[in-house]
Design a protein around this ligand. Sequence first.
Ligand SMILES: [Zn+2]
Ligand SMILES: [Zn+2]
Length: 244
Amino acid sequence: MIKRLALFAQEIFEFFLPRLCLFCSEPAPVAAANAICPGCEAQVQPVVSPLCPCCGRVFGSREGADHLCGPCQTEPPPFDRALAAVIYEEEGPTGLAIKRLKYGRRFEYLPLLRAWLGAPACRELAAAADLVAPVPLHPRRLRERGFNQAVLLARSFPEAPFSRDALTRLRPTRPQTGLSPPERRDNVKGAFAVTRPALVDGRHVCLVDDVYTTGATVRECARALKKAGASAVTVLTVARVRYD
Ligand SMILES: [Zn+2]
Ligand SMILES: [Zn+2]
């Protein structure tokens, strides 16, 4: 009882402490449960049109309507649509939040990542799916890291049924970071399999991951899901690398 009271007192005490921005340590508004100051928030660029309605590529020009990008016209991806919430900036708040959570186990960044992923367009895409599934980690990598960030992010969508084991990673692939696009493709080729085809057969599956870089990983996941009978595969990521 005393321990509980002490905890309660501590919570009240912390409630009145000024919240500091997770990126620059400036005070963050109390209302910002996600602890980002207005200055750092301003550096976060949401994904907005014009973009490719298929792979989600954000075009450099701010003019014009959404249209299929060159690569999606010549070689359509195995997924139906990919969408990200924000632009990935390696040294900006988006890159730092993702890397600190993933490699530094800094879970205080999770609410912020979830808030970004909760953009209306992303929610809509998840809600339209029959199943929300995270991009899986290989069991060995999962043991090393202790958690799969894609699982934590995929749980942001209570409006859609969730399955953490719709897909499995058959072999431990090298991290994609630092690999060229063809190396990334080879690295994940045939790396995924559907564990329970009945779960995805005839269903619209929405895959969730942290970052979309070349899309090599989600393409392989989508291939496995389509092979198992998924009627549609969409991809949601918190962030997306900008290609101009
Ligand atoms: Zn800040
Ligand atoms: Zn495209």
